[in-house]
Design a protein around this ligand. Structure first.
Ligand code: TYD
Ligand code: MG
Length: 462
């Protein structure tokens, strides 16, 4: 008689036990165990385990040692028709690679992929599989985006084996799966949408990519904690993990690589959502600065590095007398802890009082800054707001601020200065050590070396 055996698998790290547990002993996640049943006990369980292991280990087949200096084929890359997307991929879509594109609902994943499918289909056969929208809905969107192609195929299907069956007949070069959470594996006993289903259907697509060189793009939903809704193991299985971010209400969108086996993870792609879909933004700084208010206290421009590219953004601070027993502090686009730290440094070192003020700090354009080089600009914005003195419009500041109020060096100063000068900033405040090392100062630019937060005060005056 075949015995049924039940095991419990952690959704987030794949840890297995024979008993249900509230907290995973391996990754610490709560309520993450899901039941899996096997017909044959040990053999099947061992089998499933080994399937998982080979998925992680990647089967390269029989191979011989070869000299690294010769015969190493380069990746076969194709341009997606969007330079910004190619950039995050490391220079184009690699054949046989699996890319996971994740982001919140409504951010624009389906829109972007349909646009990319369109340009890829100029030279390749592309299959767009949707488990979320009907063919009519996709056709309507395609019309709106101006997508028309003789080699772009749409399939509405949620059974992964059927998708692959249809793909066998069509033999596309690229398969897009929108989204992986809607796919299921008919032979698996668990319910559709469960972790096991996601894992097993992903495995089928990954296998496909690795055996015949099809490039696979998977769409993944993000849960409310910001992680990909599905097992962590999915991130290990794919070659590239991209996050689509931005404020849904604003038009600015960023794509960031969190993992990339075929390129760097520093690069970002910048897009704008328009009524004709996503548009690449090659000069993001210009866009970010386009609606800058002039001569208003509380604003200061900053230059942050996003990968190899400098990006000029604006930090705004608003301080207003509080009506609460303990003042409010709020920040968007920048780490709250960093804001508190800079406020504390300014209070202590410059004697400016924020205790009676609510403080709001905001980064314009819905972008997120996580570089300490933005400290000096944040301090300027805060001082400017509390003292009701505008920072000159042509001034930009960067530098990391330490707890003693000292301004520390930042990387890639030359590049930041050049970008600031290109956008018309003529007064550039930078850490003294950086100023000393600066070889070339662009024409018409005056450099203001800063040692400590004290040096920020005279910059406010015209
Ligand atoms: P969508 O690609 O469906 O998001 P996701 O697949 O990530 O859930 O994008 C949906 C949003 O984008 C929707 O709110 C409408 C907007 N949108 C535009 O602004 N312009 C367009 O051309 C399209 C197609 C969508
Ligand atoms: Mg979608």
């Amino acid at each position: 008689m075949i015995k049924k055996k039940t095991i419990y698998v952690c959704k987030s790290c794949d840890y297995q036990t024979s008993q249900w547990l509230g907290k995973c002993p391996s990754c610490g996640a709560w309520n993450s165990f899901e039941e899996e049943t096997y017909d044959d006990d040990k053999a099947a369980a061992a089998d499933k385990k080994s399937v998982r292991r080979t998925l992680l280990a990647r089967d390269f087949g029989e191979s011989e040692p070869m000299l690294l200096s010769e015969n190493v084929p380069d990746y076969l890359r194709s341009s997606t028709g969007m330079g910004e997307f190619d950039r995050v991929l490391g220079g184009g879509l690699v054949s046989g690679s699996v890319v996971l594109l994740s982001g919140e609902p409504g951010i624009g994943k389906s829109t972007l992929l349909l646009q990319i499918c369109h340009s890829l289909s100029q030279t390749k056969k592309v299959l767009y599989v949707s488990g979320e929208e009907s063919a009519a809905q996709i056709a309507m969107r395609a019309k709106r985006l101006g997508v028309r192609s003789e080699s772009l195929w749409v399939l509405t299907e949620t059974d992964a084996s059927k998708v692959l069956e249809k793909a066998d007949k069509l033999s596309p070069d690229v398969i897009v799966v929108d989204s992986i959470q809607t796919m299921y594996h008919s032979e698996s006993a668990t319910i559709p949408g469960s972790i096991t289903q996601i894992r097993e259907s992903s495995a089928m697509f990954i296998n496909r990519a690795k055996t015949d060189g099809t490039a696979v793009l998977l769409v993944g939903h993000v849960n409310k904690e910001g992680g990909i809704a599905g097992p962590k193991i999915l991130e290990h299985m794919v070659d590239t993990v991209l996050y689509f971010e931005g404020e849904r209400r604003q038009n600015f969108r960023l794509i960031r690589a969190m993992k990339n086996r075929f390129g760097s993870t520093n690069e970002i792609g910048v897009f704008e959502m328009t009524d004709k879909g996503l548009r690449e933004v090659e000069n993001p700084s210009e866009m970010l600065l386009s609606d800058r208010p002039k001569n208003v206290p509380g604003n200061c421009a900053v230059c942050v590095m996003e990968g190899t590219r400098p990006l000029i953004a604006e930090i705004q601070a608003l301080t207003s007398p509080t009506v609460f027993p303990s003042p409010r502090r709020m920040s968007t686009g920048i780490d709250y802890g960093r804001v508190s730290l800079i406020i504390a440094v300014i209070e202590k070192r410059l004697g400016l009082a924020f205790q009676a003020h609510d403080v709001y700090v905001n980064v314009i354009g819905g972008i997120k800054i996580d570089e300490t080089a933005s400290d000096a600009a944040m301090a300027m914005a805060l001082i400017s707001s509390v003292r009701e003195l505008a920072v000159p419009d042509d001034l930009i500041a960067f530098g990391e601020i330490g707890l003693s109020g000292e301004v520390r060096t930042v990387s890639r100063v030359e590049q930041r200065v050049a970008e600031a000068a290109r956008l018309g900033f003529t007064r550039i405040a930078i850490p003294r050590r950086c100023a000393e090392r600066l070889d070339k100062i662009p024409d018409g630019v005056k450099i203001f070396p800063i040692n400590t937060v004290f040096d920020l005060l005279p910059l406010m005056a015209k």
